[in-house]
Design a protein around this ligand. Sequence first.
Ligand code: ACM
Ligand code: ZN
Length: 468
Amino acid sequence: MKLSLIPYPSSITYLDGFTRSDARVIKITDTSVPKEGFCVHIENTVTIEASDAAGFYYADLLIEQIRFQCGQNLPNVHIEDAPKYEYRSFMVDCCRHFFDVDTIRQMIEYCAKLRFNVFHWHITDDQGWRPEIKAYPELIETGSKRIGNHFGKEQNEEIHSGHFTQEEMREVVEFAHSHHMQVVPEIDMPGHTSALLASLPGLACENKLVDIKTTAGIFKDIVCAGKESSYETLFEILDEICDIFPDEYIHIGGDEAPKQQWKNCPDCQQRIREENLKDEEALQGYFINRITDCLNSKGKKVISWNESLNSGNLSKDVVVQMWLDPKKLSKKSPNRLIVSDFYHRYADYPYAMTPLKKVYNYDTDINNNVIGTDIPIWTEYVYDFEYMQYMCFPRYIAAAQAGWSKNRPDYSVFKAHLKELLPWFGIENCAKESEWDPPTASRIAKVISHFGAICPNENIRNYFLNKE
Ligand code: ACM
Ligand code: ZN
């Protein structure tokens, strides 16, 4: 019998005969096995070799999958496996709509089974600031609440609020670690900062009231990169963030920061002159580099979205997360890269735009600098956990396979394995098979229905449909 396995292993050799499911399990530490990798040999006994705890954990998951489909008699088999990428991430946006710790724990449980080893936690944005910062209680008092929700089909003037206490965030970190997962918090700056600026107006270029946003979009209110006090405040906030999140990386955003306010701000213009910067894009490079220096001095590595590359002066130490045109942009980047191309990896887009097959077949091997992949769920149009699960699964499963497997089988094989293993993954509200790859004829209508009142224009719809 051929086994259904997700992620599919690097090598699998079927041997003669069968071994009882309750056979003795022997675990051997072997330092020659690659990090997170394992070797499983089933023949009279079940023998696992690994060099670290994650390797043993992943081997146990693999054996669970085999037991699930084989019952009493396991086929004798020799399997060797190790991850393609060291960084295998999924992201949840808790700002556009707030999702609580129970949701996060459930997502971590689902995603650990997929061998994701990073939870990228998007906790600050224009529509809400979520992490408690003890030095600045205003961030929760003001920044975590908005009045009004204007996101597609959701149109109302109700209060939407939510935040994470430091204790809750530490619990999430501990829970993730128990699933061999790091937590990377994203504190987005200098753009996507309306909730920050509404709470701490002194960080803006102009000292005037900024609203917490109640719609999707890109907003002009960004942190002043001229005033020294902006850096001082951000360093204090990041001090607390580093204390709560002990892992390797901090994500500092850097995406979608319109530069109009910096063009009109005397402090930003003075900074450009004093630092001999070419323009406002270079000022973003200066800003991100300064935050990076601060975080590096605390022992952290930094991730920024690809817009920071437009500066032309971004530090090589920054890991760049590519959401736009990775193939084109990577040519001008010597930086290490995480790939999360939005055409192929944004799980908040409807299946009509991003069918399962498109997620699965996407090749993230852009160049040798790629350290991994991320699959985000942005939540402007994701109002509850049931819908989040439907949007993420099984697309997160396809992305996980692409991030782990060096030896990825054809989509049709993956799909057959997926159908057999779906009950094992135990996802309560996974999308049904009929939704995974909608027929082309129905896709435009589904895209329009998904976006409701703010459906993107004809060009955008056609672009998505034509760009597989
Ligand atoms: C992004 O989608 N603005 C990273
Ligand atoms: Zn300014």
